[in-house]
Design a protein around this ligand. Sequence first.
Ligand code: ATR
Length: 324
Amino acid sequence: MGWMCCICGLSTVIYPISQGRKRHGPLESSPMMENPSLVLEKTLAIFGFPLGHTMSPVLHNAAAAALGEPYRFLAYEVRPERIEEAFRGSQAMGFAGLCITIPHKIAIHGLVDELSEDARIMGAVNVVVFEPGGKSVGHNTDGIGWLRSLEEETGETPEGKRCLILGAGGAARAVGVKLAQSGAAHIEIRNRTPEKAEALARFIGEKVPGSAVNGGGLDDLAEAAADREIIVHTTSQGMTGDPAREAAIPIPEEAIPSGVICTDAVYNPVETVFLKAARGRGARTVSGIGWFVNQGAAAWKLWTGTDMPKELTRKSVLEALGAA
Ligand code: ATR
């Protein structure tokens, strides 16, 4: 069996020719060449706190296995006060890239060497690419992931549509910016804490000049939803884990107009109480799975340059959730 040594960025990868991978550099003698069972993979990881729920390792390890790519994806719970150390450590150890989740997306935005346009506009980073040489580039794939799931599952785009976002956190910000960039006719943001919705509306208005955005509380949701064509739920209501939260619906059932498209950020359970009610009202529904897979596929493309096999990885995630 032959061996190849490939120096890609800060990671060394050694693998057998029989696996069909390209040769990137000269053969060198190393302990691994004497022991064919040792293969150094490139490391990808997610940093968040807490992290018990993450399906990112399932998604990305399924992609690596299916494509025969030498990546391994790990999950690390990193406390907020140690995020800078963890970030610098991963850079020093030659990680290929990171997924960043709650509560670190804004902190990492301030630590990377460069920002993509979406990360700069959204003020948050959910993906880091460590380039060869170690430079870190922060990206945000949350907005594009949502948009692609909408397009894939409904064939629709937000252009010219009246939209309602429920919630005003990081996910709402990413979707709100993407809706505005995509030419939505009007964006209404409603949140338990109205001031946050108002602040997010001002933020989007500044970042995407010409967009029509308004923020408010949850008191007159039926009125706010009546003329909408897309409703995007971004709070944690309906999520598995705590029975009261799982049973909660972010908008009264009777306030959901028939024919509207309802999308949910929650993907566990796959059909939330909100989506079930929306279906019952004659709405078209888009579960959080497509959003999750598409934000991950965009990250995967940035790290590896290859297309994630989305049907296969989606199936792996559904199996891991017990929903296949
Ligand atoms: P993410 O980055 O996933 O959007 P986040 O920034 O923590 O997460 O935002 C959570 C959102 O869920 C917020 O809009 C929050 O409302 P507040 O701003 O009032 O806190 C909303 N949220 C969380 N729990 C909620 C609940 N029980 N009822 C209504 N909204 C809730």
